[in-house]
Design a protein around this ligand. Structure first.
Ligand code: S3P
Length: 171
């Protein structure tokens, strides 16, 4: 089984992916970390030096590279991955199970204000600008996220609880 976790920034894709990988004894991959390793540069540096368009191009290239692997894995995407190129089609045309970690706008605003520092799209925004940014961004992005084969609500749940709920559903 291949599992692809997707959702907005700070929805817990990486932490939940690691927990699932322990629970299911499957290897874990994080697309952002894969990009960092292949490019030898942090995501923030790639955005700064090469720009977002370059980032979206290589994000699509490395996503396809990972999906072609023979072995099973759990893959955490970046928050924007589903929304560029034809990435959702690429994912859903494989036998991978795509899962949307679905948080309400209010939940994602609250989480992103706490966790914006390492995220180049929001790091320079003042906290009072985050609510409008997230509301607009989610309005644009949700139609892509909702193409996932499975959708799990994360509002009011700890990452551990979401991982346990998923393990119950998958076992
Ligand atoms: C992005 C999300 C980030 C990273 C990049 C762009 C986005 O991943 O891929 O900063 O467009 O939402 P996380 O969702 O892990 O923060």
């Amino acid at each position: 089984m291949k599992i692809v976790l997707l959702g907005y920034m700070a929805s817990g894709k990486t932490s939940i992916g690691k927990r699932l990988s322990n629970g299911l004894s499957m290897s874990f991959l994080d697309l952002d970390d894969y990009i960092i390793e292949k490019e030898g540069m942090s995501i923030a540096k790639i955005f700064e030096e090469k720009g977002e368009v370059y980032f979206r191009l290589i994000e699509n290239k490395y996503l396809k590279e990972i999906l072609q692997k023979e072995e099973d894995f759990i893959l955490a995407l970046g928050g924007g991955t589903p929304c560029y190129a034809n990435n959702m089609d690429v994912i859903n045309n494989t036998d991978a199970l795509s899962i949307y970690l679905n948080g309400s706008t209010a939940t994602m605003i609250e989480r992103l204000i706490r966790k914006k520092a390492k995220r180049p799209l929001v790091a320079s925004l003042d906290d009072d600008k985050i609510p409008e940014f997230v509301a607009k961004h989610l309005f644009e992005r949700r139609p892509f996220y909702e193409q996932a084969k499975m959708n799990i609500k994360i509002d009011g749940k700890k990452k551990k609880e979401v991982a346990e709920e998923l393990l119950d559903l998958l076992n």
